[in-house]
Design a protein around this ligand. Structure first.
Ligand code: UDP
Ligand code: MG
Length: 326
């Protein structure tokens, strides 16, 4: 049996409170996996510009002989950028696990991913939420339903609803992700876009142990707009389509008014209905213009071709441990 390398990629943003727990549990499951499947496991942490002492904590933690790479961004670039940096760093891994640092992705589940990866012909194994309703309440669940409906309308591939960022990806899946040049990296969409054989395992995510979610409702809304405008142009088509429908309807209405004028000359034409229509279509036009602007803005940002992230530190942890001890 050939020995395989598995990298565990973890973006970290102000997670100092929960890190010790995570590292202990991760260490335990990694030892088990190394024993059971003769895997060589290494860790890649990406500090996404934390303002707490997450990075210091990672630097001081005793990883023993486990190879550990500590990357640090020059500022906060976002989780998607951190995941991309992790995948870039995992150059020699046969597979990588992408997981959150807040223990909402239980490290023990890596064993289930690995088992499928090693025994089945599958390129990516992900965890999905079986019921969004219970964990998120009806409003968020409904919004996410609508989101996945819109985004999946236009596409020849599926972005499975409820699929999260906790997943294992094999070498060719990683290579495919790395080959995507866009700087707006909506990972859930990219996972679907690259294709391959994928399978999901249900996971009811436990609540965050410490700290709170970095994503406010507003940030989620903006990310949703980002995701939609970078993955589908269907809203633009809907705009055009509704323009055609409205134009056709008003033409018919114009004909109707003319006929009415000749048949019943005494009926007055209403000013209120005219005002209402002007206001309504003014609003619709503004909304559509805004949406159009979103697309234009997106292509301006992509046209700049800026790097997805900037590193300020890149420390390989085993070297340092050895140096410390020697
Ligand atoms: N995260 C990050 N950069 C950010 C926000 C979050 O690297 O700007 C990391 C965070 O440390 C965690 C993961 O992304 O490991 C998920 O973040 P969070 O738990 O806040 O999101 P949620 O679980 O609410 O989706
Ligand atoms: Mg979380």
């Amino acid at each position: 049996m050939t020995i395989k390398n598995l990298s565990v990629i973890i973006p970290v943003y102000n997670e100092a409170d929960g890190l010790p727990d995570l590292l202990d549990r991760l260490g335990a499951i990694s030892d088990i996996l190394t024993g059971e499947f003769s895997l060589i496991i290494d860790y890649i942490f990406i500090d996404d510009g934390s303002s707490d002492d997450s990075f210091a904590l990672l630097q001081e933690y005793d990883f023993g002989t486990r190879l550990t790479r500590l990357l640090r961004f020059s500022r906060n670039f976002g989780k998607e950028a951190a995941l991309s940096a992790g995948i870039d760093a995992a150059q020699y891994a046969d597979a990588a696990v992408l997981m959150d640092a807040d223990l909402q992705h239980p490290p023990e589940m890596i064993a289930d991913f690995v088992r499928i990866w090693l025994t089945e012909d599958i390129d990516s194994v992900y965890a999905y939420k079986p019921s969004r309703l219970r964990s998120e309440g009806p409003v968020k669940a409904a919004l996410s339903k609508i989101f996945f409906w819109v985004i999946n309308r236009d596409l020849r591939y599926d972005i499975p609803p409820g699929a999260g960022d906790f997943r294992l990806v094999n070498r060719r899946f990683m290579n495919a992700l790395r080959s995507l040049p866009e700087s707006n990296r909506f990972m859930k969409g990219l996972y679907g876009w690259v294709g391959f054989r994928q399978t999901g395992l249900p996971l009811e995510p436990p609540p965050r142990l410490r700290g709170e979610s970095n994503y406010s409702p507003l940030r989620l809304l903006l990310m949703t707009l980002d995701a939609i405008t970078s993955f589908t142009t269907m809203p633009l088509r809907l705009m055009a389509l509704s323009g055609i429908i409205v134009a056709a309807a008003s033409a018919l209405y114009g004909i109707y008014v003319v006929i009415q004028h000749f048949l019943f000359p005494s009926v007055p034409t209403g000013i209120v209905s005219v005002l209402a229509l002007i206001a309504f279509f003014g609003g619709v036009q503004m909304m559509f213009l805004g949406l159009l602007g979103e697309y234009v803005g997106r292509s301006v940002l992509e046209a700049k071709k800026r790097p997805i992230y900037i590193l300020s530190d890149d420390i390989s942890r085993k070297e340092k441990n050895v140096a410390d001890r020697g």
